[in-house]
Ligand binder design. Structure first.
Ligand SMILES: Cc1ncc(COP(=O)(O)O)c(C=O)c1O
Length: 422
């Protein structure tokens, strides 16, 4: 379903040529500094999708995401530009609490250039420490991104540092385009490439490289329902766009790029939208079945394939797993959520006589059905309970729903009424 009108405007075409030419230069230098990431298949995924799906593992990239590619090439070009004027590059500055922060910090250190990263005060300790560990100076400012951005611009002016935009810059896009080149170097004519979209730098770069070298390949963007800014922008409805929190926080932007949206309009064949449940499912699927840690943004292409929001018609398909920097607490919540959805972590509630031995009888039944108890919660204070009764919630691990249903049946036959907590 193509929702927007394709318009081959001359300024978009010259921008595409500019990014492509820069990407050929980026391709030559990038592997001195960052990994050529693996392209792997997974049999379970292939069987479910019914196609051969290759995963491009940017979660295994230096700093845990593709972002370092664009930052690296941008800083490389800045150093060249300053050198040609006989000046050293004073430093770089960026505003980000996510992968861009780490990418810029790492890239600057590679070239021995000072870097200041402005993060909102709300940024997690994990992200602040990761950015510092790459040698950047971290300035905490403001509550939200916009305030951090203002501060970064102020620093850029006062110290003469160059502001590195996270996506709306041809050099940044050219750096991300090296992913497209790596794909085509290995698989000359894929049927489709699925790419997460935030501001649009990643998909613009990839689309430029791939459409030039393999014009029949479909480029499919994926956005979360809660943060589908690019789709709104292409439909000229950006004024109606209100981003909501998403597990895919890496692609949450207030406004997609002006330059990137020109390229997306020309080269991207479709944008599909996925909901939060399918992103959660995709993260857990990658972890459990493919042993891959993806952050929400990185799992978007798999969410699109598993939820059938995108059904590929030909082989092979490439899914760009753009990053793996997921907070361990969020990952653990996702695992528990998915286990509960799959009835492998179950909570049952019921009432029983508050006297010695009753709980033991219940536990004995659960044990016999192979259900491993992880928590028991007692409540005697609920005013609706008779004084002789206790309310009980038991949380346990199960292998199948059948085991749970059989245990509940046996409990009922023994006079204990328990139900699965929904
Ligand atoms: C892991 C991850 N995937 C995808 C994106 C989206 O990239 P872009 O903003 O270039 O569209 C980002 C952006 O930061 C990201 O961190």
């Amino acid at each position: 379903m193509i929702i927007w009108v394709m318009k081959f405007t001359s300024d978009a075409l010259s921008l595409i040529d500019e990014v492509y030419n820069l990407s050929l230069e980026a391709k030559k230098i990038i592997h001195q500094y960052v990994h050529k990431t693996p392209l792997i298949t997974n049999m379970t995924l292939n069987n479910i999708v019914g196609r051969t799906v290759y995963l491009k593992l940017e979660n295994m990239q230096k700093t845990g995401s593709f972002k370092v590619r664009g930052a690296l090439f941008k800083i490389y070009k800045l150093i060249q530009e300053y050198k040609s004027r006989g000046e050293p590059l004073p430093g770089v500055v960026a505003a980000s609490s996510g992968n861009h922060a780490q990418g810029v910090a790492y890239a600057a250190r590679m070239f021995g250039i000072p870097a200041i990263i402005v993060m909102p005060k709300t940024a997690s300790a994990t992200k602040i420490n990761a950015t510092k560990s790459y040698g950047a100076q971290v300035v905490l400012h403001g509550e939200i991104y916009d305030e951090a951005y203002e501060k970064a611009i102020e620093i850029s002016r006062s110290k003469n540092y160059v502001f590195i935009h996270p996506y709306d810059d041809p050099m940044v896009m050219a750096g991300q385009a090296t992913i497209g080149h790596e794909i085509i170097d290995e698989i000359s004519n894929p049927a489709a490439v699925l790419v997460p979209i935030g501001g649009g730098g990643l998909i613009s770069g990839i689309a430029v490289a791939i459409k030039k070298r393999s014009p029949s390949t479909k480029i499919i963007g994926v956005q979360p329902e809660n943060a589908a800014g690019m789709l709104y922008m292409l439909n000229n409805k950006l004024n109606e766009y209100i981003p909501r929190p998403s597990i895919a926080d890496g692609v949450m932007v207030k406004k997609p790029g002006d330059l990137t949206s020109k390229i997306v309009r020309e080269l991207v064949d479709d944008i599909v939208i996925v909901d939060e449940e399918s992103i959660s499912y995709a993260i857990n699927f990658l972890l459990e079945r493919a042993k891959i840690i993806a952050e929400g943004a990185g799992a978007l292409p798999i969410a699109a394939l598993l939820s059938k929001r995108y059904t590929p018609l030909k082989d092979p398909v490439i899914a760009v797993i753009s990053g793996g920097n997921i907070d361990p607490t969020l990952l653990s919540r996702i695992i528990i959520h998915e286990l509960a959805k799959d009835h492998r972590l179950v909570s049952i509630v019921g009432e029983l006589m508050d006297r010695p031995g009753e709980l033991g009888k219940v536990i004995e039944v659960l044990a016999r059905h192979g259900l491993n108890i992880v928590d028991i919660r007692h409540d005697r204070w609920d005013p609706r309970l008779l004084p002789s009764m206790a309310k009980l919630e038991i949380i346990f691990e199960a292998k199948t729903l059948t085991d749970v249903e059989e245990a509940l049946r046996e409990l009922r036959s023994k006079g204990f009424k328990f139900i699965i907590k929904s």
